[in-house]
Design a protein around this ligand. Sequence first.
Ligand code: ATP
Length: 298
Amino acid sequence: MTDATLAVHGLTHDFGERRALDGVSFEVRPGRLTGFVGANGAGKTTTMRAIVGVLRPDAGTVTFGGSPMGLEVRRRIGYMPEERGLYPKMKVAEQLVYLARVLGVAKADAESRASGLLDALGLAERRDDLLHTLSLGNQQRVQVAAALIHEPDLLILDEPFSGLDPIAMDAMAARLRDRAEAGVPVLFSSHQLDLVERLCDDLVLIHDGRVVAAGDARALREERAGRRYRVAVAGEDAWRPALAGMTAVEAGPHGTLVDLDDGADPQELLVAAQAAGPVTHFSRTVPSLAELFAEVVR
Ligand code: ATP
């Protein structure tokens, strides 16, 4: 496949009177870990269900590599739904092999992949346990293994990190990174913004059924870097500039955060800081994902 981009265009869907999706469009590019972020009820799950074909949207299209999502393409998706749907009374490894077999993987391959995934996700010792005897976090790890077992060409994961301990989170992040590096487009939703910020190449921010920002994660934050500066003066923990058009929003041991009005010159800020003492830090700050999110959903 030459262009394995997932393209979502104009998805619109109503549940009764309520418009859950209102013209949702974005792309998930091959090899990019893409974080899907939005408040409760923003439309993430509905979008993902429309992508994988569990829900038929009122309007809009979904294509993968330029083709509509037919049955053949759908078989190549790894989907981890919000409502986790595995067999509680089946043994962990047996279940993974079974799922792979249903999706057309040969028995020997299915067995070796199941073992490899259980190893990678720290579940090797639980392979012969019944799923329902595992803790919730461990059941979640099995769900991830289930989404990956047929080596999908596209990964759609609804909150794969929720409920995981830090070790499992790292294991999960490594698996997703590994898949992305293999050229797979990966879309996952999460409320853990620090994790999304650390992990993702691209972002899709959704608010009230509309995409409010999408694209390269760093570029989206840089675009909004605006006119906030951090300046630190040695020995002056609470230094504040007394200059027109500059407002110190926070002063502490890591320096002073200063917002500059449109006409204000950052060089003047630097000169004033130097007059107060040796300047140990001077930078324009880039908003965190949490700050970006707060700004775009306002
Ligand atoms: P969360 O972060 O809470 O999982 P979400 O972003 O995944 O939220 P969705 O589950 O897609 O949000 O819900 C979008 C909107 O559609 C919400 O207002 C929700 O109440 C509504 N909705 C979702 N599924 C249904 C349904 N089956 N019937 C009626 N309304 C629904």
